[in-house]
Design a protein around this ligand. Structure first.
Ligand code: S3P
Length: 191
């Protein structure tokens, strides 16, 4: 089967969306493809897509590297929690939300996500993360050292947090459509 083809018919998608009453939140390491997969998933579900990192930058009127540089990581985490809390407000309509890699590792933010949404952990091997993060120089945590070492260490440190998401999907180093289909399969099984 051509992995580029959507595996789910419109009818199957309608059956899935009729049963989800909450946002779907993608969590996982930097470079795993949360935004790319999230955008495609939202299109298939006919839901809006929101990138939490973009929302943080909009609220702060600063880029993420500028926030880290001016105020430090804990200030960023606090802003991240507030933005995600707003996106997951009680009356939030179904949306696909991509979060920054550290969001789900902050206990307060994780609790919010687990309580108010369906969390999906996208997971890749370190080689894939290294390759994908090398395409952009916008991640402050990768600037001070060897990205492979940092990504490997963070992936290990964060796995216990990520594994609390009810759905776990491997995002292989192939087309994102394949990962989107796996996410849909994970959601359909979870329902
Ligand atoms: C971070 C990941 C980034 C961004 C910030 C911190 C992290 O988002 O939130 O640079 O701690 O892993 P992406 O996962 O979208 O790169």
């Amino acid at each position: 089967m051509d992995v580029q083809q959507p595996r789910f018919s419109e009818q199957e998608i309608a059956r899935i969306t009729a049963r989800i009453d909450r946002p779907v939140v993608l969590v996982g390491m930097m470079g795993v493809g949360k935004s790319s997969v999230g955008k495609r998933l939202a299109t298939i579900l006919h839901w809006p897509f929101v990138d939490a990192d973009d929302e943080i930058e909009r609220s702060a009127r600063m880029t993420i590297p500028e926030i880290f540089e001016s105020y430090g990581e804990s200030y960023f985490r606090d802003g991240e929690r507030r933005v995600i809390s707003r996106l997951l407000a009680e009356d939030a309509t179904p949306t696909v939300i991509a979060t920054g890699g550290g969001a789900f590792c902050n206990p307060a933010t994780r609790e919010l996500i687990l309580e108010r949404s369906l969390a999906v952990w996208l997971d890749s091997d370190v080689d894939t993360l290294v390759e994908r993060t090398a395409r952009k120089d916008n991640r402050p945590l990768l600037r001070d050292g060897d990205p492979r070492e940092i990504l490997g260490r963070l992936r290990e440190e964060r796995a216990p947090a990520y594994s609390q998401a009810p759905i776990h999907v491997i995002s292989a180093n192939g087309p994102h459509t394949q990962t989107v289909n796996r996410v849909l399969e994970g959601i359909a099984q979870w329902l």
